[in-house]
Ligand binder design. Structure first.
Ligand code: PEP
Length: 249
């Protein structure tokens, strides 16, 4: 059985003080055995502080980005070893904001996935179509292409998470229809089985895009989905925990 993973992507929000206050509240809410895996993804400068606060707790630490190379002349970038040293467990690869605003393409994203996986951390490969691609019936071919290149050269899918995040649902307040998310998750699962065989059964598939406490249950109760990647609503620890609770099995 796959334990659902509910992830809080803080994006470029929160100061160190705000992060401390948030994590204190979250750890007051979350019991020692939450019945679901939780992870928070602060921006890089907050990671040491968050690692300290989360030590010994059931909440995992994630990073929002990484560079594919192990070291080198890449000003402004962060390596997987640097993340591993901080106790980071999950790393977002190819979030749609990185693809759109920072021009990351599928091959570059694939390099990140391989680097994260090779270091023994767990990549979360983000995939999803734009509204235009959905309207013109290209949602699946686009997602399939992102999977093919994003997972190219990956020997084993151990630890891998795939987040299906339709671009038009991210930060808009308009979530996908649960039936569409369900259909896409089933296609992703079938594709993973084809690509990795039995080893794919442990891969978790999340939905992301305007998940909030009011609609989380509609997604997280679906057997095809193993959790959620949450942006805006995760900035409040009570809302994040309310969302996570709907994933408990
Ligand atoms: C995200 O950033 O991955 C996301 C899903 O954001 P939001 O929940 O705000 O749509």
């Amino acid at each position: 059985m796959r334990v659902p993973l509910v992830a809080a992507n803080w994006k470029m929000h929160k100061t160190a003080w705000e992060a401390r206050t948030y994590l204190k509240r979250l750890l007051d809410l979350v019991p020692p055995e939450p019945g679901v895996e939780l992870a928070v993804f602060p921006s890089f400068p907050l990671l040491p502080e968050a690692a300290r606060a989360l030590r010994g707790s059931p909440v995992r630490l994630g990073a929002q980005n990484v560079h594919p190379e192990p070291a080198g002349a890449y000003t402004g970038e962060v390596s997987v070893l640097q993340l591993a040293e901080l106790g980071v467990r999950y790393v977002l690869c190819g979030h749609s904001e990185r693809r759109k605003l920072f021009f990351e393409d599928d091959r570059f994203v694939g390099g990140k996935v391989r680097a994260v996986s090779a270091a023994g951390l767990a990549p979360i490969l983000c995939v999803g179509e734009t509204l235009e691609e959905r309207k013109t019936g290209r949602a699946w071919p686009v997602v399939e292409g992102q999977l093919a290149l994003g997972l190219e050269g990956l020997g084993s899918p151990g630890g891998l998470v795939v987040a299906y995040e339709p671009v038009w649902a991210i930060g808009t307040g308009v979530a996908a229809h649960p039936a569409d998310a369900r259909e896409m998750a089933a296609r992703i699962r079938a594709w993973l089985r084809d690509r990795f065989g039995e080893g794919s059964e442990g891969v978790r598939i999340q939905y992301g895009g305007s998940v909030k406490p009011e609609n989380a249950g509609e997604f997280l109760r679906l057997p095809e989905l193993d959790g959620a990647l949450v942006g805006g609503a995760s900035l409040d620890p009570d809302a994040f925990w309310a969302i996570a609770q709907t994933a408990r099995r």
